[in-house]
Ligand binder design. Sequence first.
Ligand SMILES: NC(=O)c1ccc[n+]([C@@H]2O[C@H](COP(=O)([O-])OP(=O)(O)OC[C@H]3O[C@@H](n4cnc5c(N)ncnc54)[C@H](OP(=O)(O)O)[C@@H]3O)[C@@H](O)[C@H]2O)c1
Length: 343
Amino acid sequence: MRDPRQVAVVGVTGYSGFELARILLRHPAIQSSVYYLRETHGAQCLGQLFPHLRGSADAPLRPLSLDAITSSAAGTAFLATPHEASAELAPQLLAAGLRVVDLSGAFRFRSADTFTSWYQLPAPDAATLSQAAYGIPELYAEQIKSAPLVANPGCYATSVILALRPLAAFLWIAPGSSVVCDCKSGASGAGKELRRDLQFVELDENFKAYNLFSHRHTPEILEHTGIPESQLTFSTHLLPLARGILSTIYVTLDQPRTADSIEALYRSFYAGRRMIRLWRAGSLPELQHVAHTNFCDIGFALDPSGRRLILVSCLDNLGKGAAGQAVQNFNHMLGLEEHTALQ
Ligand SMILES: NC(=O)c1ccc[n+]([C@@H]2O[C@H](COP(=O)([O-])OP(=O)(O)OC[C@H]3O[C@@H](n4cnc5c(N)ncnc54)[C@H](OP(=O)(O)O)[C@@H]3O)[C@@H](O)[C@H]2O)c1
């Protein structure tokens, strides 16, 4: 008999997997969490591998094997793994009756073709894709509650979609106008693999754009804002910081609006959604306000014409952009308060 409160985690040695472990270890509804590693380095429990968790983490480590997970009583699996690994593991875990929260991009798209053309990787299993809900709970809570598989969104995509969705839903964006999403991320967004461009000497005191017109989060933004590709410009930059995403988004409104009406639109759209913190007109969120949290903070400024709007959306790429949102999704899957174990 599977118990959804017994969880299996793959990828704890990665940046988002470690963040996930820190949250799961303080989650009051979790009965047990077991961490499956490709290489345990002789460690028996998390605290032995991560000195930061000593005293709070005797959660067991196990060598990664599908059989070990499926023969346990775990009812939920978290995959904080690369796209290819998730694409392979998720269908087998689902077939064994687990529910899966996948942090990779493998199951984020309605069509497998979107994944293959943007990721240049083999198509994910179509039957698995059809079981996936897109994991932004502020938008898709109903689907997430019952989905066998939740595809946790990309970090940049989360910050942009949450900022634009109220305007897009109420058709407040001028038809045919350009929407520019100018986004910056800390270096943990790229994961822990060694890369020359992510070394300290390359990053420190530097700031640069990358993957222009080719960033993999583009199709998520298109699908979940409904903004046509010809109108959307999405640029990504690397900040000399460990964590955080700040998106500055330039929009032309359909007609002159007041700051009060914009704020009211966002407040009613996100009413009761405590992970979205809205800022008063003209006061803007900063990365330091969201670091190590699961909040997405959204602020804006409006020019005197009432038509040129600049939104600023901030989150922690490992929090609301990855592990925090994964737990928020898990909370919905179990019918818990969505902010359980999150802050
Ligand atoms: N970093 C972010 O801000 C962020 C945000 C949103 C989503 N994501 C997504 O979350 C996933 C993890 O990202 P990350 O940045 O945490 O990556 P990461 O730091 O590179 O860690 C990857 C993890 O996956 C494990 N792994 C690698 N290949 C594997 C395989 N074939 N089978 C099983 N485990 C494998 C690694 O274990 P080893 O120690 O054995 O290598 C490591 O624990 C990715 O799909 C990424 O796109 C990341």
